[in-house]
Design a protein around this ligand. Structure first.
Ligand code: G4P
Length: 534
């Protein structure tokens, strides 16, 4: 028993569950591949270019992603490095898929913020940063593309503070820039890691290590670069923020690393420092108090649902993040939303597109559950005293279009498709109330999702569709539906609808129309999400 407990605690301590946040093109796919390379998870990390020509990636799997060259769906990659188990939650970089990313971030205990050295803090990074900041998780910054000309490193640190409001502490420092880039100086060990270009950075990049005072260094990098490096290091040591781990753990201070994912430079240095500093699985607040990873009872939550991940199996996978307790295959858990017990049969360990049966799992791990239709985003599963994790983010749709099935013989597949995509949280479905024809009005957060929905309906369900834009821009749920003596004065730019569960809601052409309706119906209670209905 004692040894079981020891084994259990050591399994928790060695886990790191994290996500990489960045603006598209900052190099997230490239960095992911390189991390996997160090983790021994893939033998050869092909360069992104080679990978694109093969139209295949280790961490991207959807056809549409490959066609468009963007990452729109997220998956999970688990690998080991020096005794640690790393769960990397891959997030879509495209802004139209922010909700999926936001939800995935709920499952992470820390984040790596990837920044392009030439571009600095970009829009999508800013958005995702704020989500992490609100959750108070530690954020580690990797400034990428050092092999290319970029901005002054001191400027970039200043920008982190000005644009994001976070103080930073550089753990290594670049020597030279672009074609003059020579390597990095590690502030803690006072070692210089010299950069050597290897072909496409496909193998682990070799490092030569000396020390800042080594006369050979001056010779190697030249007087000018040597002088500049010494000046900058002096400045950092005198005026920079000291590394305060307590502040890092609350997300108040971000450790900064410089490197180049493409050429593989600085990635291993980063990884070593990261595993040592990033937190093990964190406790989570539930409606019955804090749930700690060490708690004996099993507790977890669903942060993502995805249909047809594997075209060969056509199944629906719910992604479960374990918060406490040990997971075992075939275990029975309580499902508070449904108010019944569910047996977790055929649980899957995920690695991008690949799966294997998960025999066991520990806090921090992500398990794929195949129970069809049982789970939706935000569900809790548990053993023992029932609890619910509630603080799940909500994303109001901002674009609405009527979707029509154009082939009568595929109507059943059409209904199944839109229902499954709505369970995934990709779309929200509304139907005009009391209309003669029940045509779905599809609500999405980003417009590109319309393309994805239609594409997926076609490829996964064999359904062709036509789409008609509507002027609606927001939805609200009605606490009390009209009828039974309760009347509502319907104003212009407004439509009465019901959601997929039959709840009464209204669509509005914009804020002005919402306010107008509210003015005309002072007692009318309009709710931002159907969850607020109770
Ligand atoms: P993403 O997932 O964040 O969208 O970025 P991805 O890894 O796909 O990288 C975007 C581009 O940046 C890729 O170029 C990739 O090779 C390049 N890149 C990533 N890391 C580095 C780096 O450290 N140094 C340099 N020089 N480039 C890097 P691409 O789209 O294939 O081609 P191109 O845009 O360079 O022509």
């Amino acid at each position: 028993m004692q040894t079981d407990m020891q084994e259990y605690s050591s399994q928790i301590r060695r886990r790191r569950t994290f996500a990489i946040i960045s603006h598209p093109d900052a190099g997230k796919t490239t960095l992911t591949e390189k991390l996997l390379l160090y983790g021994g998870a893939i033998q050869m990390a092909g360069s992104v270019r080679a990978r694109r020509s093969q139209r295949q990636a280790t961490s991207d799997w959807m056809e549409l992603e490959r066609q468009r060259g963007i990452s729109i769906t997220s998956t999970v990659l688990q690998f080991e490095f020096e005794g640690y188990v790393l769960n990397l939650l891959d997030t879509p970089g495209h802004q139209d898929f922010s909700e999926d990313t936001f939800r995935t971030l709920m499952a992470a205990d820390s984040a790596v913020m990837l920044i392009d050295k030439a571009k600095g803090v970009e829009e999508q990074t800013r958005k995702l940063f704020h989500v992490c900041r609100r959750r108070g998780i530690p954020i580690f910054t990797f400034i990428n593309k050092l092999d290319r000309p970029g901005r002054d490193p001191l400027d970039l640190l200043a920008e982190l503070e000005d644009a994001l409001g976070i103080q930073s502490t550089a753990l290594n420092w670049p020597i030279g820039d672009g074609s003059d880039f020579r390597g990095v100086y590690d502030l803690a060990s006072r070692e210089v890691h010299l950069f050597e270009r290897s072909e496409h950075g496909a193998q682990r990049a070799s490092l030569r290590v000396t020390d800042l005072s080594d006369p050979a260094l001056r010779e190697l990098i030249g007087c000018r670069q040597h002088e500049q490096l010494r000046e900058e290091i002096e400045l950092l040591e005198a005026a920079g923020e000291p590394l305060d781990r307590e502040r890092v753990s609350h997300g108040d201070l971000t450790p900064v690393y410089f490197g180049s994912a493409l050429t593989n430079f600085g990635v291993e240095l980063f990884l070593r420092s990261f595993i040592e500093m990033a937190p093990p699985p964190a406790p989570r607040m539930s409606d019955s108090g804090l749930v700690r990873p060490e708690d004996e009872e099993f507790r977890g939550f669903i942060f993502k649902v995805q249909a047809n991940m594997d075209p060969r199996h056509r199944d629906r996978l719910a992604f479960l993040r374990i918060v406490s307790g040990k997971f075992e295959r075939d275990m029975s858990v309580w499902h508070p939303r449904l108010g019944r017990t569910v047996r977790l049969t055929r649980p899957q360990k995920l690695f991008g597109q690949e799966r294997e049966v998960a025999e066991e799992g520990y806090p921090g791990d992500i398990i794929g559950l195949t129970n069809p239709g049982v789970f939706t985003i935000g569900d809790t599963v548990c053993t023992g005293q029932p609890v619910r994790f509630r603080d799940f983010p909500h994303f109001p749709p901002e674009h609405f279009a009527v979707l029509r099935n154009t082939r009568v013989d595929r109507y059943k597949q059409f209904l199944k498709g839109i229902q499954q995509l709505s369970e995934e949280g990709v779309i929200q479905l509304f139907y005009e109330r009391d209309a003669a024809r029940r045509e779905p009005i599809v609500g999405v957060v980003g417009r590109l999702q319309f393309d994805v929905v239609r594409y997926r309906l076609e490829t996964e369900y064999g359904v062709e569709t036509a789409m008609e834009d509507t002027p609606f821009r927001l939805a609200r749920w009605l606490r009390t539906p009209p009828g039974d003596g309760h009347t509502i004065l319907w104003t212009t730019g407004t439509k009465l609808v019901e959601d997929a569960d039959g709840n009464a809601a209204a669509l509005f052409n914009g804020d002005w129309y919402l306010n107008y309706m509210q003015e005309k119906n002072p007692g009318l209670e309009l709710l931002e999400t159907s969850r607020d209905l109770g």
